[in-house]
Write a protein that binds this ligand. Structure first.
Ligand SMILES: [Zn+2]
Length: 161
């Protein structure tokens, strides 16, 4: 095959794997120095292509890393907020447990609890009078008023005082 025929075949897409060494093979050019030069040129092109591909992958990884760092920062902030929320809820739970005399660890729901062995339902321990007055008494008073009201309305209509 002549050089022109080879060029024509490349243009028409008849040669899939275009390379300098492939071209030399196709045209039957066997000078070892030229073939060595062709291989060197191909290897440099390959390194250059790989370097470009490598940089592209590196840029994608850096971009991904920045996104992951942003997510990590966001999760850290959310974690801090959640820890504060849990601390607040735990404090409330401990206060209410003390107010009703329940186990602050499990409220009597865990047989393996080191504090009460599952026996710490409300009323098991001496209620904290101050906390009971503050947290429970308003609800007790409300229920008491409700019961009194119901007792009045439940009275038979024909009852005469
Ligand atoms: Zn307990």
């Amino acid at each position: 095959m002549s050089l022109n025929e080879f060029q024509d075949n490349v243009t028409k897409g008849n040669i899939d794997n275009f390379s300098l060494t492939n071209m030399l093979d196709q045209i039957g050019y066997s000078n070892p120095k030229v073939r060595l030069m062709a291989k060197l040129i191909e290897s440099q092109n390959s390194v250059s292509e790989n370097s470009g591909e490598h940089n592209s992958k590196l840029n994608k990884l850096e971009s991904l890393l920045k996104k992951m760092e942003a997510y990590n920062e966001k999760f850290k902030q959310e974690n801090t907020v959640l820890k504060e929320h849990i601390k607040s809820i735990t404090a409330w739970s401990n206060n209410v447990a003390a107010a009703v005399g329940a186990c602050p660890e499990c409220w009597g729901e865990n047989d393996l609890c080191n504090t009460c062995h599952g026996q710490g339902l409300p009323g098991k321990f001496i209620p904290n009078k101050t906390l009971f007055t503050e947290l429970c008494m308003p609800a007790v008073q409300y229920l008491y008023r409700q019961i009194e009201r119901n007792n009045k309305t439940d009275e038979p209509i024909d009852k005469v005082d």
